[in-house]
Write a protein that binds this ligand. Structure first.
Ligand code: ZN
Length: 422
């Protein structure tokens, strides 16, 4: 049964509570954890600007006992969390670029895509994913609500600048025909009325079409204590169990799924109209490994305890450095760093500045909710602070040797899954 009450924040200019499960409509939802009040992660104030009032939103995490979806208890108006000047481009991260090369190669081979087949990407960002399909000779279309879509247009990737909906799907189909593949990479958890999105996807798909989604995966989120990926952009934290439940409500059958490394642990899921594809063993294997119902309730209780302890341990570790008079900088300001900083209570008194690689649109801004300035990475090597806290800790293995090679001599700390000095 579809939810009777959909939390529609779009157009309110504010937020609305999620009153029943966003997938199955079940209520009441159980409270897993609260990370307190958070500012929107992508509304960043320019350095030097006089601080002005900003909205902060509560961050309750809820669990549905019926379909096992873990979800935010609050939907925030997309104009607040995805401002037109949205400072995120997927093309700047090598791991993501490599993942999209892999997604294109894997799906082309598995589905036998032909030259004229249309690939539509929802939340196409700067066109990084579609450029792979385009280079392979396929027709492509991006649908992207933010100005970043213009970067894709500039690269020759046709892009509709609007939010995805059933109407957007119909317009895309009218102009370009039915899609052989629809992809939604890391945005399928973001849109408030998920059923309307899946309706649009089903409408847009050709009879033999395939929907491929990539989302943060709940299991590594729990296992690696990635509470920092919880913020208002992410309304839903999918397991394969809950995602399959959702897709089946729309007649789509999951026929292949596998974990991928993006964003510290994601899941790539292939679905098609029921009975049109052979279901791979990967689906049953992944489903069997996921905790369900009472086991999930217990797993989430353990997660809550570990998150609280990890906050206290990080403060304790940083306190040791500060008592010795150490200067602390931070490395990279991904969206997830906003949750970490605001939940743990880090500010410009503790962290002098945060470094991003040259070209990042975040340079020259304060980290959300704080006065921590984001500066170019060169500052780190000139300045040599005593230690560097790595906010993009999920890629610390790749980052730390690079920082050393470029000449950073201080200590390096990863905040999660366990705060430690490398
Ligand atoms: Zn549910």
């Amino acid at each position: 049964m579809r939810p009777a009450k959909i939390a529609r924040a779009a157009g309110t200019g504010a937020s609305v509570p999620v009153e029943c499960c966003q997938i199955c409509g079940y209520e009441p939802l159980e409270n897993v954890l609260s990370l307190g009040y958070m500012p929107p992660v992508n509304q960043m104030v320019k350095i030097g600007e006089v601080p002005h009032q900003q909205p902060w939103f509560p961050t309750p995490l809820l669990h549905c006992r019926n379909c096992d979806l873990v979800q935010l208890g609050l939907a925030v108006d997309p104009v607040i969390i995805f401002p037109a000047e949205y400072p995120y481009t997927s093309g700047t991260t090598k791991l993501l670029r490599d993942n999209f090369i892999d997604l294109c190669a894997e799906s082309s081979a598995m589905l036998g895509l032909g030259k004229d087949d249309l690939v539509v990407d929802i939340g196409s960002n700067d066109g990084t994913l579609l450029s792979n399909f385009q280079n392979a000779g396929h027709r492509v279309l991006g649908i992207e609500p933010t100005d970043v879509g213009r970067i894709a247009q500039g690269r020759g990737i046709p892009t509709m600048q609007r939010y995805f909906s059933l109407d957007a799907a119909r317009e895309a189909k009218r102009l370009h025909g039915a899609a052989r593949v629809v992809t939604a990479a890391n945005c399928f958890a973001h849109i408030e009325d998920v059923h309307a999105i899946v309706d649009g996807i089903v409408d847009l798909l050709a009879p033999d079409g395939v929907f491929i989604s990539e989302s943060h995966y709940l299991i590594p989120l729990l296992d690696k204590l990635q509470y920092d990926t919880i913020y208002h952009e992410h309304l839903r934290y999918y397991s394969l169990t809950s995602l399959k439940y959702l897709l089946e409500m729309h007649g789509l059958e999951v026929f292949h799924a596998r974990p991928i490394p993006s964003h510290g642990g994601s899941i790539r899921v292939y679905a098609a109209r029921g009975g049109t594809k052979t279901v791979c063993d990967s689906v049953a294997t992944m489903l069997t490994a996921e905790p369900k119902r009472e086991a999930m309730v217990q797993r989430l209780a353990r997660f809550r305890r570990d998150v609280v302890l990890s906050k206290l341990r990080l403060i304790s570790l940083l306190r040791g450095f500060k008592e010795k008079g150490a200067r602390i900088a931070a490395i990279s300001a991904p969206s997830r760093a906003s949750t970490l900083v605001n939940y743990v209570g880090l500010d410009e008194g503790i962290i002098d500045y945060c470094c991003e690689i040259a070209g990042s649109l975040k340079i020259g801004m304060y980290m959300p909710g704080t006065g921590i300035p984001v500066v170019e990475e060169a500052r780190l090597f000139a300045d040599q602070p005593d230690c560097a806290l790595i906010f993009s800790w999920h890629i610390a293995e790749e980052l730390a040797p690079k920082l050393r090679a470029k000449g950073f001599r201080g200590e390096m700390i990863t905040p999660l899954p366990e705060p430690r000095v490398l």
